[in-house]
Design a protein around this ligand. Structure first.
Ligand code: IMP
Ligand code: MG
Length: 180
């Protein structure tokens, strides 16, 4: 838990998120219409709320699997190491894969996960991120679908945490420290 006091200012309402997911699912539906081999891969833990809303809005036959990656910085270098903490349960060879991320920040996590999954020879692999922070990018990667592009703010809610808290907020809010 954070020891510094903070408040959370709403940035994106639950209603706006739901409306955006409807639009995204219309596009995703067009992309995957007719396939019976779609597998949606959620990156734990931050994507768990997003993936739940996404698959329920998607009127397609779909399987769901999860992968957990953790990234940690090395203060001496700009590049980051990414570790796989939990791998997929199923095979993705020949499958249509949609990777679901909560936030693309530096882009190292998604880059690493894409290399790992592409090596398993899926038929097609695409990415969707609820949030994108383009100003923070270090790796050359952009998700195929993005919910909202946001400025360089630390956000929580809708599955996304600050020190493991606030994942259960129904909206996206930004953290504002009150001792500043
Ligand atoms: P990247 O490798 O820097 O792109 O890391 C992305 C991951 O960092 C996301 O999946 C989040 O788990 C975490 N992250 C990035 N920005 C935030 C934030 O504003 N709030 C909470 N977690 C974040
Ligand atoms: Mg994440």
């Amino acid at each position: 838990m954070s020891k510094r006091p903070y408040v959370i200012d709403q940035m994106i309402s639950a209603k706006s998120i739901a409306a955006r997911i409807e639009d995204l699912c219309a596009e995703i539906h067009d992309e995957y219409e007719g396939t019976d081999k779609l597998i949606v891969v959620g990156l734990l833990r931050g994507s768990f709320v997003f993936i739940a809303d996404l698959v329920r809005e998607l009127d397609l036959p779909v399987e769901v699997d999860f992968l957990e990656a953790s990234s940690y910085g090395n203060s001496m270098e700009s590049s980051r190491e990414v570790r796989i903490l939990k791998d997929l349960r199923g095979e993705i060879e020949g499958r249509d894969v949609l990777v679901v991320e909560d936030i693309v920040d530096t882009g190292h996590t998604l880059t690493h996960v894409m290399h790992l999954l592409e090596a398993r020879n899926p038929a097609k692999i695409k990415t969707i991120a609820l949030l994108d922070k383009p100003s923070r990018r270090e790796a050359d990667i952009t998700a195929d679908w993005i919910g909202f592009s946001i400025p360089d703010e630390f956000v929580v809610g809708y599955g996304i945490d600050f020190a493991q808290r606030n994942r259960n907020l129904p909206f996206i809010g930004k953290v504002r420290f009150t001792d500043e």
